[in-house]
Design a protein around this ligand. Structure first.
Ligand code: NDP
Length: 281
């Protein structure tokens, strides 16, 4: 029977540990504050922002919510970020993506002080990760490493294939696995013979953004499969990039959707907020 990696349970354990750490900081007079900026009222973004606020409350992190109008100009947004960069009582700044089309996302990410970049998207954070320095790490791939470690899945020396090379998932995932001493292949839409490449993997991480794309033909017997994708299928049920039912009989461990990678993302955001105290020292 394959191990079903329980992201809900692991993220709860992690949040409880962080709650303790935050309480200890409070005793030392250190209060952690996260500023969350949302521009416009995209429904999915509002749900994500609400969940982040709830996680902050649970852990004991103060959250400041900035809900800006859809027509907010780029200058207005950048000026708010610069103000928050200056504030000593703010440890983390998060701008919920995607932003309205008239705002340049790269410019926004680069304006956030790298020492407060709790999403880990700033070029300085990405650079720090690639050269093995201390810094913020993109929450979803960071959460996947935590899931593997807490499920006692060895990464060192393993053959890992990451399907997807986005800046927020695929690329940092490959860098993190490399940092854990895996042999890493990054596959993408130009990869030739994707099935054969994926079949080499002891650990296969899938972040393609295509529902149930990966079936058992892509998976080596006994592999560990991590599914990052989140979609709604024709019955309005959540599913991933992996065809779970088809793949499950062939794996040694797998993340379900929902309840696998998803819950870890916000937990790791909280971890980054706690890490901010050290990074800012
Ligand atoms: P992107 O769309 O930014 O990237 C998708 C990647 O998949 C690209 O690198 C693309 O290659 C590659 N790709 C697309 N089609 C194929 C194919 N047929 N064969 C091989 N590679 C392919 O997506 P994200 O990385 O942002 O997200 C991926 C998925 O993860 C989505 O479903 C998203 O909703 C989900 N997600 C879940 C999170 C969570 O918390 N659980 C957090 C973030 C994302 P190329 O670069 O060549 O175009």
């Amino acid at each position: 029977m394959a191990q079903i990696i329980d992201g809900k349970k692991i993220s709860t354990e992690l949040k409880l540990e962080l709650k303790d750490k935050v309480a200890k900081y409070k005793k030392e007079g250190i209060e952690i504050t996260l500023a969350v900026i949302q521009v416009g009222n995209d429904k999915a973004s509002s749900v994500y922002v609400g969940n982040k606020k709830k996680a902050c409350e649970f852990i004991g992190i103060r959250s400041l919510a900035y809900e800006l109008d859809e027509n907010t100009t780029q200058e207005e947004l950048l000026s708010l970020i610069k103000e928050l960069n200056q504030r000593e009582d703010v440890n983390g700044i998060l701008v919920q993506l995607p932003l309205p089309k008239h705002i340049d996302e790269d410019m926004v990410i680069e304006t956030i002080d790298a020492k407060k970049d709790v999403d880990g998207f700033h070029p300085m954070s990405v650079g720090a990760l690639s050269i093995g320095k201390k810094g913020f790490i993109s929450c979803t791939p960071y959460g996947i490493i935590e899931l593997l470690k807490r499920s006692n899945i060895e990464i060192d020396g393993k053959e890992c294939v990451v399907v997807g090379r986005s800046n927020i998932v695929g690329k940092p995932m490959s860098m993190l696995l490399l940092r854990e001493n895996a042999t890493v292949t990054t596959a993408h839409s130009h990869t030739k013979d994707l099935k054969e490449v994926c079949k080499r993997a002891d650990i296969l991480v899938v972040a393609i953004g295509k529902p149930k794309f990966i079936n058992s033909e892509y998976v080596k017997e006994g592999a560990v499969v991590i599914d990052v994708g989140i979609h709604r299928n024709e019955d309005n049920k959540l599913c991933g990039d992996v065809d779970y039912d088809d793949v499950y009989p062939h794996v040694s461990a797998i993340t379900p959707v929902p309840g696998g990678v998803g819950p870890m993302t916000i937990a790791m955001l909280m971890k980054n907020c706690v890490n901010a105290v050290e990074i800012q020292k």
